[in-house]
Design a binder for this molecule. Structure first.
Ligand SMILES: CCCCCCCCC/C=C/C(=O)SCCNC(=O)CCNC(=O)[C@H](O)C(C)(C)COP(=O)(O)OP(=O)(O)OC[C@H]1O[C@@H](n2cnc3c(N)ncnc32)[C@H](O)[C@@H]1OP(=O)(O)O
Ligand SMILES: NC(=O)C1=CN([C@@H]2O[C@H](COP(=O)(O)OP(=O)(O)OC[C@H]3O[C@@H](n4cnc5c(N)ncnc54)[C@H](OP(=O)(O)O)[C@@H]3O)[C@@H](O)[C@H]2O)C=CC1
Length: 286
């Protein structure tokens, strides 16, 4: 791992050729919407979905990042468009579905990869900081989920949602606000997996472990240096590990799966600790 933000995780050149278990037509005729689609995990999901034959709609806040993702994928022959959408603003989410999603002919799969947080001891959270993380990760994800469900209901087509969360049961510290927000996403996903089953909508979550991405820049280098050894496999995962699990559960291969949260975390849900703020003296061995 390096501190060069352009070198955190797999880049476009790697994602364009990374080996995959999926067939080139696994998502032929499908359209996939990826929020945070120019970020680390979202970008890998988009590349894989595109390489499996899906048309892509990517969203994010940063127009420049979106442009670079769209350009790289277009140059590789993928069908992709990008739109600036802040998931915290329900009106811009509604505009996305009423505009580009409808004009493209609808979507089949929504992957909510937009999200993030900052490391801080919970006792020091300001009200504003807490609210920012809850709003981004719980409310923002919900706005996207509900808009997609309404789109599928109103167009009488089935759909699938995959929410990217974090491992909430064990071992992730210094980000209690995001544990709260993501626990909420997991809870509401379980609830609507039942409520929306009559609409033909499946809802699942993927909980990544330590996956090297540009998002890691928010953590101090000393904290980051410990992440790889925070799981029994003693290594960080790749965005491709997450992308293949997303396409598996979100696509027809996951057709009988709903309401699940799948840890793709090298076993860190069972063993290991990730202190995003550095491990306090109390927890030091010996
Ligand atoms: C077992 C499993 C193993 C798993 C092992 C896994 C290891 C890694 C786990 C997770 C990895 C990832 O998620 S990778 C990362 C994904 N990407 C990211 O997290 C980057 C994106 N982050 C963000 O966008 C921000 O953090 C977020 C708060 C969500 C967005 O907020 P805003 O855009 O509103 O941002 P701001 O205006 O900057 O901040 C709003 C307020 O938040 C607070 N705030 C913001 N940054 C702050 C900071 N660094 N320290 C304190 N407080 C802060 C302040 O009160 C701010 O107000 P003022 O005081 O007025 O300024
Ligand atoms: N990497 C890891 O180790 C882990 C990551 N995760 C989670 O996976 C998801 C993807 O993270 P990752 O790819 O690593 O990080 P990145 O920071 O690379 O990507 C996150 C993307 O989310 C977008 N985003 C954030 N907030 C908003 C918003 N309000 N509206 C629209 N877009 C937004 C950002 O877009 P823009 O830059 O355009 O604002 C960014 O590109 C996040 O939820 C993250 O917390 C979970 C566990 C571990």
């Amino acid at each position: 791992m390096t501190d060069d933000p352009m070198k955190l995780g797999l880049d476009d050149a790697a994602l364009a050729v990374h080996p995959t278990v999926f067939a080139a037509d696994a998502l032929a005729g499908k359209r996939v919407l990826v929020s945070g689609g120019a970020g680390g995990i979202g970008r890998a999901v988009a590349w894989l979905a595109g390489r499996c034959g899906a048309e892509l709609i990517l969203t994010g806040r940063d127009a420049g990042k979106l442009d670079s993702a769209v350009q790289a994928m277009t140059a590789a022959g993928l069908q992709v468009q990008g739109h600036v959408v802040d998931i915290r603003k329900p009106e811009t989410v509604a505009d996305l579905f009423a505009g580009p999603v409808t004009e493209a002919g609808g979507i089949d799969l929504l992957v909510n990869s937009a999200g993030g947080q900052f490391p801080q001891a919970a006792i020091d959270f300001s009200a504003k900081g807490w609210n920012a993380v809850i709003d981004n990760n719980l409310n923002g994800t919900w706005h996207m989920m509900q808009a997609a469900a309404r789109h599928w209901r109103d167009t009488s087509r089935p759909g699938s949602i995959v929410n990217i969360v974090v491992v909430v049961e064990h071992g992730l510290y210094g980000v209690a606000h995001t544990i709260a927000a993501r626990s909420g996403v997991i809870g509401v996903s379980r609830a609507v997996a039942v409520e929306w089953a009559p609409l033909g909508i499946r809802v699942n979550c993927i909980a990544p472990g330590a996956i090297e991405t540009p998002g890691w820049r928010v953590y101090a280098p000393e904290a980051r240096a410990t992440y790889a050894r925070s799981n029994p496999m003693m290594r960080a995962g790749t965005t491709w590990d997450i992308a293949e699990s997303v396409i598996w559960v979100g696509g027809t291969s996951g057709g009988y799966v709903t309401g699940e949260t799948i840890n793709v975390a090298g076993g860190s849900q069972l063993w290991g600790e990730t202190w995003t703020t550095g491990r306090p003296d109390w927890f030091q061995p010996g």
